[in-house]
Design a protein around this ligand. Structure first.
Ligand code: PEP
Ligand code: MG
Length: 589
């Protein structure tokens, strides 16, 4: 790092993990990795394969050790990083990567480190070239392959790894980039925050830093060159700003904000014990969405009353085959028991379209669909493969013996999808009873649907005759209503859940559910925006499900309003001409 002493300088990066960090900058560089490609003679091949095996064993031990170390980290981060370690360990087993490396040593006669680097690069490129819109997911998988290859190469060539051991207490850790396995080595109590020159919002490292609760700004180009070792830095994990060599005034402002944040955090945690109700006493139910089981601890702290959306896709990820009935039962049962009497709404597998699940790729249509979002996904795909649906439903029924459970179907557009599923559910119920010796609930759990297509919203009065509850999924409802894909740059401008067309469908669904006397909740991202809470209440929704972290702020917003104010706001929003106008209304509140 080159010193430009004294002068205050500002940089901007991606705000990855919220909070203010103040401390002296210390760079933890990754030692360079040099590879010399050597060609092998015939006689060298067997010893080279042995050399590779030794390095693989060493890598396996290191990762195992890292996994054991995780026990010292907060529970959330353990659960975030442990599956990643398993992905690495899996690649060190009989994987495609290693088959490719061995083939390169045997047939191309490359030395092990060059073979490893070349094969990893080929596979990473192949992953990135896969069709499908999940760019971030593909990047992440490609990075995983490259990262593991680097570890093996270091072990093959005995080149050193990066270490954080010498960082002084309270330092701001600076690095060109940060790998997830590095992030796992950080002791959160030891440092004030993290800044890097490369990296973004997506990716394991970002998730890890958030889980560790460490303020972090990634991808701030130029910051490393400008920071002298030990120079004071302020990083703002909410705005993405980094200030090097702050002036007295900047430092005072940052310190005041740090104190303010601590105070706000305390106030929000006190909120978890207060009811979610408007000033005039309308009760609102706040539930949590669960995407990965490790979120349970955070959900317990959030003050959520149950799980309004359990996305069951995680059970099918990072594994070669779909889990069997017993495995699924165990996973659901653990969650149901952890919720200790609060309801758990389990959504059956929602896959297809942009949601790729490796273990199930064999079930996707042989010829890729031209319009996957309009094709086989969610309940459509499950009804085509009843054994997958049956295994999942049977496991859910069994878990329902241990606490209140609701079953939810994704991507419903017509009533037949509900009636067919209900028939399957009843058949399974009889079959499980016949099997004997299996704990089952006294009654069939409620069977409800996601309202995420305009068809479902428009047909709500009919669907309500067959469904026991509705959950409005505004993420997909917005996409299908506006015919705009969030992932595509041009249509992303159109994608806006505040468009009056979308609000009207929310309002209709809530009113129809009210008339039919069935519960309705809203579980898309919109539910987690406190600025929108009053509008949604005004549209008739009284139950929300969101990321657990968002619950305290949404509760605060609900407690600050009254029902007549919400209804007046909703009326004006429904009459607005654009999302812009709706936003202006919300800002005026
Ligand atoms: C939605 O579409 O709003 C929803 C909650 O489902 P997902 O985000 O899992 O598609
Ligand atoms: Mg959806």
């Amino acid at each position: 790092m080159k010193a430009i002493k004294g002068r205050e300088q500002r940089f901007t990066g991606h705000p990855v993990s919220p909070g203010i960090g103040i401390g002296p900058v210390h760079e933890a560089t990754e030692p360079p990795l040099a590879i010399t490609a050597r060609a092998l003679d015939e006689d060298d091949i067997a010893p080279e394969l042995e050399r590779l095996d030794e390095a693989l064993t060493r890598s396996r031990h290191q990762l195992q050790k890292l996994k054991n170390r995780l026990a010292q980290l907060p529970e959330d981060s353990q659960a975030e990083i442990a599956p990643l370690m398993d992905v690495y360990l899996h690649m060190l087993g009989p994987s495609r990567l290693l088959r490719g490396v061995r083939a390169r040593i045997e047939t191309s006669r490359l030395c092990a480190e060059a073979a490893m680097q070349a094969e990893a690069e080929t596979q990473a490129e192949a992953i990135l070239a896969l069709p499908g819109p999940d760019r971030a997911g593909k990047q992440r998988r490609a990075d995983e392959v490259r990262e593991l290859a680097r570890r093996v190469v270091r072990n093959l060539t005995r080149q050193p790894f990066r270490s954080f051991a010498s960082l002084p207490q309270g330092a701001v850790l600076a690095a060109e980039s940060l790998r997830p396995a590095d992030a796992a080595l950080i002791q959160p109590a030891q440092i004030a925050g993290v800044i890097t020159a490369e990296g973004g919002i997506e990716g394991h490292s970002a998730v890890m830093l958030r889980a560790l609760g460490l303020p972090a700004v990634l991808g701030a180009a130029g910051v490393l060159e400008a920071a002298a070792p030990g120079a004071l830095a302020i990083l703002d994990g909410d705005s993405g700003e980094i200030i090097l060599n702050p002036t007295r005034a900047s430092l005072d402002t940052a310190r005041a904000r740090l104190a303010e944040q601590a105070k706000a955090r305390r106030a929000l945690s006190r909120l978890s014990r207060l009811p979610a109700e408007t000033r005039d006493g309308t009760h609102v139910e706040l539930q949590a969405n669960l995407e990965l089981p490790f979120e349970l601890a955070m959900i317990a702290r959030s003050g959520a009353h149950g799980i309004g959306l359990l996305r069951s896709e995680f059970m099918f990820m990072n594994r070669p085959e779909a889990p069997d009935e017993d495995t699924q039962t165990r996973i659901y049962r653990d969650i149901v028991e952890a919720m200790d009497g609060d309801p758990v709404t389990i959504r059956v597998l929602d896959w297809g379209s942009d949601k790729e699940v490796e273990a199930l790729s064999q079930y996707l249509p042989a010829t890729p669909e031209t319009n996957p979002a309009l094709g086989l996904r969610g309940i459509r795909l499950l009804l085509r493969h009843p054994h997958l649906l049956e295994t999942q439903l049977a496991a859910i029924l069994r878990a329902a013996a241990f606490g209140p459970v609701r079953i939810m179907l994704p991507m419903v557009s017509v009533a037949a999808e509900i009636t067919e599923t209900r028939e399957i559910l009843k058949k399974l119920w009889r079959r499980l009873k016949r099997r004997g010796g299996i704990a089952l609930p006294d009654e069939l759990p409620p069977l409800g649907i996601m309202v995420e297509t305009p068809a479902a919203a428009l047909a709500a009065p009919v669907l309500a005759r067959h469904a026991d509850f509705f959950a409005i999924g505004t993420n997909d409802l917005t996409m299908y209503t506006l015919a705009a894909d969030r992932g595509m740059p041009l249509s992303a401008q159109l994608y806006d859940p505040l468009e009056p067309a979308v609000l009207r469908l929310i309002h209709m669904t809530a009113s129809f559910a009210g008339t039919a006397g069935i519960p309705v909740s809203l579980c898309g991202e919109l539910a987690s925006r406190p600025r929108v809470s009053a509008l949604l209440l005004g549209l008739g929704v009284r139950q929300f499900s969101m990321h657990g972290n968002a619950i305290p702020r949404v509760k605060q917003a609900i407690r600050a309003t009254t029902l007549p104010a919400c209804q007046a706001l909703a009326e004006r929003a429904l009459g607005a001409e654009s999302a812009e106008q709706v936003r202006a209304l919300l800002e005026g509140e």
